[in-house]
Design a protein around this ligand. Structure first.
Ligand SMILES: Nc1ncnc2c1ncn2[C@@H]1O[C@H](COP(=O)(O)OP(=O)(O)OP(=O)(O)O)[C@@H](O)[C@H]1O
Length: 613
């Protein structure tokens, strides 16, 4: 606009200069014209100024002011701008806070239940991961969200992807029943394959600790999700079904997460030989993570065991007596022991060991601060109330017994169905002759090195029978409480290697011992309880194999006829007529704690329910 005005003025000046000289007239006339021109110019300037002002006001409105803006215009603009900035900031802030709320909500959704992680400090990577994991769980809607004892088990994607129909089939085929009063881990899927286990330092070792196994056994598959979650568990499964590894894996996993010196786990066993055997398996697993496992049992040098303890022990496997000794002289301190296992739990909780167990578990942290597992093949009601005082809401897992429990909560007693059971009713005086005959028959040809385990009830009886067989040329050894520990260990070793393929034992060898080559168990004298019978015959038919058991039954054993008949029927075994003649009444030996009672059994019905309390 200014440039136009200037150009017009120049043009007008040039016109004036080029006019003819008739100056005055022209001047007079020129003066008037000049006045008019100046007036017009003034008018135009005024108009321009007005126009500028209006434009400036418009510019302020649009915040698009030209560079040569007036001071006044600028301040107005700034005011307006700052107002606008404030408005923008407010909007941005509100949007930001909305975003934060959204992400917090999202994070809450992503947070696996039971995990105690601060949302605000949780790294994005972790958030992403937990979302992924949650997704894996949600696909099937069944994953562990339990985090007892500060541990969390996350079901792997590969297990989540197994169709539900396959899981249901596995549970029903293996007669698996999981009872959880918290009613959450009931949904946990059994770990049907080893590769379904979450990967850990231990499980990634090469070769794998499970290299020699094809798949987890049902008790392992069903209990690992709960035990790895840190839950207390009662596991009841048939003899020879892999219960040792069922508790060994969570034991080593649990203590590998504790960065403290001292004893962190204790496993209690009823017999020395079983303690040694369990120690062997557990020590192998623990060594993979450089954890130390020490075995304490009676009848061996205390000094040697103390020396081992002084080198450091993360896990102790022990019989109660020797463990108590070391606790009394303060060689062993269980105050940091966060993991406790009662193997052969019903035996550990019966009258004979009750006080020892109270003392041992009493020296561990309170039950709320430790994990307690109990495993057994027989779970009578008589021990269950005591068991519950040592545990917190245990998950109960039963395999077999068609998942049945009796009305009072005991797990139905059942023998391993792969064992062929025969009962021979006879006169007591014929026993030795018949025993020799059976052994000779079984050791013919290829079977000459088959291991045969012979059970007697009394130590003296075992000594006599061993002597008798030895005199008849049978390669035989003995194991019972009258023998020194060295002798017991030697006999067991010779039996395992096949040097003496026959072993005469009392019930010290009834529970837990795992000797795969045992093909036949002979009961020369019936045991004191039907549970002991189940454990005795369970020394054969282990890890999916078949086996055989022959029981000599005399009139002196007639109190056991009813319960034995039920066991035979429960395992689809023939019941000899001579046994039926002793009666089908189940008589329980009177016990100072559990009392005694009688129960009728209908001989025409398949026996399914017996309580042994
Ligand atoms: N997943 C598996 N696959 C095959 N064999 C296995 C598996 N787990 C354990 N075993 C083997 O099964 C055998 C029996 O295991 P274990 O001694 O733990 O049985 P158990 O259930 O404790 O028996 P018991 O009630 O008599 O004490 C052992 O030789 C063990 O090595």
């Amino acid at each position: 606009m200014a440039a136009t005005k200037h150009l017009r003025a120049e043009a007008e000046d040039s016109v004036a200069e080029n006019r003819p000289v008739k100056k005055s007239k022209v001047a007079d006339a020129g003066d008037d014209a000049e006045k008019a021109r100046l007036k017009k110019e003034k008018k135009e300037k005024k108009k321009e100024k007005k126009e500028k002002k209006r434009k400036s006001a418009d510019d302020e409105e649009t915040a698009d002011a030209p560079v040569e803006e007036s001071a006044d215009g600028e301040s107005k603009k700034e005011k307006k701008k700052s107002k606008k900035d404030k408005k923008d900031k407010k909007e941005k802030k509100s949007k930001k806070s909305q975003d934060e709320d959204d992400s917090a909500e999202q994070a809450t959704e992503e947070q696996p239940e039971g995990m105690d992680v601060d949302q605000d400090v949780k790294p994005a990577e972790e958030k992403k991961k937990s979302k992924k994991e949650r997704k894996a769980k949600d696909t099937n809607g069944n994953a562990s969200e339990e985090a007892s004892n500060g541990r969390d088990y996350v079901q792997t994607m590969s297990l989540s992807n197994v169709p539900q129909s396959e899981i249901d089939e596995y549970l029903s085929k293996n007669e698996i029943v999981i009872t959880d009063t918290r009613n959450t881990t009931g949904k946990l899927r059994p770990v049907t394959e080893f590769h379904h286990l979450p990967s850990t330092n231990l499980l990634e070792k090469k070769p794998s600790p499970f290299a020699s196994y094809k798949a987890p056994t049902p008790i392992q598959a069903a209990s690992w999700p709960s035990t790895l979650s840190g839950r207390d568990v009662v596991g009841v499964a048939e003899t020879g079904s892999g219960k040792t590894m069922a508790f060994a894996l969570p034991c080593v996993e649990a203590i590998s997460q504790i960065n403290k010196k001292g004893v962190k786990a204790v496993v209690v066993s009823p017999t020395r030989e079983l303690a040694m055997q369990t120690h062997e398996q557990l020590a192998r697993l623990a060594a993979l993570l450089r954890l130390k496992c020490v075995c304490l049992y009676g009848g061996a040098s205390k000094d040697d065991q103390r020396a081992l303890l002084n080198k450091g022990a993360d896990i102790i496997v022990a019989t109660p007596g020797r463990l108590k000794d070391f606790m009394s002289d303060e060689t062993v301190d269980l105050s940091g022991c966060k993991f406790a296992v009662l193997d052969e739990a019903d035996r550990m909780l019966d009258k004979g060991f009750e006080e020892d167990i109270k003392m041992i578990l009493g020296a561990c942290p309170p039950r709320e601060e430790r994990q307690t597992l109990m495993f057994t093949a027989t779970w009578p009601i008589s021990v269950q109330s005591l068991a519950s005082t040592f545990m917190v809401d245990p998950v109960k897992i039963t395999i077999g017994s068609r998942g049945k429990e009796t009305e009072n909560g005991s797990v139905e007693l059942q023998a391993n169905t792969r064992i062929t059971q025969k009962v021979e009713v006879m006169d007591g005086k014929d026993k030795e002759f018949r025993l020799l005959q059976i052994i000779k028959q079984h050791q013919q040809g290829k079977q000459k090195d088959d291991r045969i385990l012979v059970f007697c009830l009394y130590k003296k009886e075992a000594t006599r029978v061993e002597g008798f067989l030895s005199r008849k040329g049978v390669r035989v050894g003995g194991i019972h409480g009258d023998l020194k520990q060295e002798q017991r260990t030697r006999s067991l070793e010779a039996f395992k290697t096949g040097k003496t393929p026959v072993l005469v034992a009392t019930d010290v060898a009834a529970r837990g011992l795992d000797i795969p080559e045992v093909k036949l168990v002979i009961n020369v004298t019936f045991p004191l309880t039907i549970e002991d019978y189940v454990h005795r015959i369970g020394r054969t038919g282990r890890a999916g194999k078949t086996g055989e058991a022959i029981t000599m039954f005399t009139v002196q054993d007639k109190a056991h006829s009813g319960s034995l008949i039920n066991i035979l029927k429960g395992a689809n075994q023939p019941v000899p007529d001579e046994l039926m003649k002793f009666g089908t009444v189940v008589k329980k030996k009177t016990h100072d704690m559990y009392g005694g009672f009688f129960k009728d059994v209908d001989p025409n019905q398949k026996a399914t329910k017996i309580t042994f309390d």
